[in-house]
Design a protein around this ligand. Structure first.
Ligand code: SF4
Length: 449
């Protein structure tokens, strides 16, 4: 196996702090702290519990953003990190972090995303490059994100992601920023876990050299113990979603559970509390036989990221006109195992497994197509799925190649398969009416409507 981290190993010296970009690079985060705070202030006035559980996320996002702004103002280091490169570690090192390409996944960016993407075309980026990557590049080039003291790169699961790193290395402010990319193995076997656990240990040395922060193993254990509670509650919640009718659809739980546990409240009691409320809400609805729509008729599995910017324009219509409900999606799926914190080695092994084999998109797309098939089979059976929707996000070259295998597997499982082809982030890629029309014809042809 090759390692992209060899230069870090060979050059184990403290790297000078890069030139810091001053305002306006932090301005957007400051604004977000205020806006998320205002949204959270209104939570107490929200009566609908489904609406309230989503609004409560505002506190978690605000606090995550505030940790960056505070570090910036106080001259403390913060970093850019990712969900699949053990965010528990940077937290235990006292390094606040944000994800560089997260902006288009946060609904607050909906209004400006189209213009930003148009601008990336003017910057010379091809429209076939994943929207998430183009957006990350835009944010760096426009100074909309603060320059971190170091960055943990993300060279998996797709080949497009290194484009972001290449741009960073040519940006006058970012080019000297220390960057480390843990090297992901291709196969899912015990040898891969050992290898990736070692990559994560190298990541700690890198972060120490770049920021001066040290890893406190007791703190790491405490954070992982708390995150284990979050994953167990998520699993409990997903068991409740198997009910008929399913208590929630596309807009509750799902990707939001992912964001809480792996981005905005990693191993924090506030995040655990939010999961507890989510479970209680679902329990109450299941007990009362309440679903997300009065008449659930078609149960769908959305086999990709839930579109953060245009799902609201699609799913309510599908629910109302056909009783079609999205009972599971790729990021809402919870195949996570808890991490054994009884020894240091079990902690490293557990984090490696979580990053490589548990987290969505990575677990399916990094290796052979079996990753997709295992999830497909389990979810179709567990959730009594009628229709597998294959959104076919334009950027997912790695998963588009498995299209034929998934279609055949759906035939074997006796479940309907709808191939959409959309951009999960940019709603303009395919007209909403065209997508709705595809659903309408599909449901009619399959005798579902
Ligand atoms: S959404 Fe797909 S194509 Fe885009 S960055 Fe993630 S894995 Fe890569």
């Amino acid at each position: 196996m090759s390692s992209s981290s060899s230069t870090v190993e060979e050059n184990n010296t403290v790297i000078d702090q890069p030139v810091m970009v001053k305002e306006p690079s932090i301005a957007k985060f400051r604004e977000e702290v205020v806006n998320w705070g205002l949204l959270y202030d209104s939570v107490a006035t929200i009566e609908d519990p489904d609406f309230r559980i989503n609004a409560e996320l505002a506190k978690l996002v605000r606090d995550a953003r505030k940790s960056i702004v505070d570090a910036f103002d106080e001259g403390r280091p913060f970093i850019s990190n990712n969900y699949c490169t053990a965010p528990e570690v940077s937290k235990a090192m006292g390094l606040p972090s944000y994800m560089l390409f997260e902006a288009p996944f946060i609904p607050s960016s909906k209004e400006v995303l189209g213009d930003q993407l148009d601008h990336t075309a003017a910057m010379g980026l091809g429209p076939d490059l994943c929207t998430a990557i183009r957006s990350g590049i835009y944010y760096v080039e426009q100074g909309l994100v603060p320059l971190p003291a170091a960055m943990i790169g993300f060279i998996f699961p797709c080949d497009g992601m290194p484009m972001l790193h290449q741009v960073i290395k040519h940006n006058k402010f970012w080019k000297d920023m220390p960057l480390f990319c843990p090297d992901p193995p291709y196969f899912q076997d015990p040898r891969s876990i050992d290898y990736f656990a070692n990559e994560l240990k190298k990541m700690v040395s890198f972060l120490h050299n770049a920021t001066g922060a040290t890893l406190d193993m007791d703190k790491l254990k405490e954070i992982i113990d708390e995150s284990n509670k979050q994953y167990l509650l998520w699993q409990e919640y997903n068991e409740l979603r198997r009910a008929r009718p399913s208590p929630h659809g596309y807009d509750i739980g799902g990707a939001k559970c992912f964001c809480v546990s792996q981005m905005f409240s990693v191993g924090e009691p506030d995040g655990t509390e939010w999961f507890g409320k989510l479970v209680k809400l679902a329990e109450d609805k299941v007990e009362q036989g309440l679903g997300s729509t009065p008449q659930e008729k078609i149960r769908m599995f959305w086999f990709d990221i839930m579109p953060p910017n245009w799902a609201d324009e699609l799913f309510p219509i599908l629910a109302q006109e056909y009783g079609a409900v999205c009972v599971m999606d790729m990021f809402g799926n919870s195949p996570y195992t808890t991490i054994d914190t009884s020894s240091e080695e079990s902690i490293w092994q557990g984090m490696a497994k979580r990053g490589l084999f548990d987290t969505p998109m990575v677990r399916q797309a990094i290796g052979p197509a079996e990753g997709f098939l295992d999830d497909l089979t389990r979810i179709v059976r567990d959730y009594e799925i009628d229709v597998v929707v294959w959104p076919g996000h334009m950027g997912h070259k790695e998963s588009l190649g498995t299209y034929g295998i998934i279609r055949e597997a759906c035939k074997d499982l006796g479940v309907h398969f709808l191939d959409l082809r959309v951009d999960i982030l940019d709603g303009r890629f395919v007209e909403k009416d065209e997508t709705l029309d595809k659903f309408a014809r599909f449901f009619k042809n399959k005798g579902l409507a």
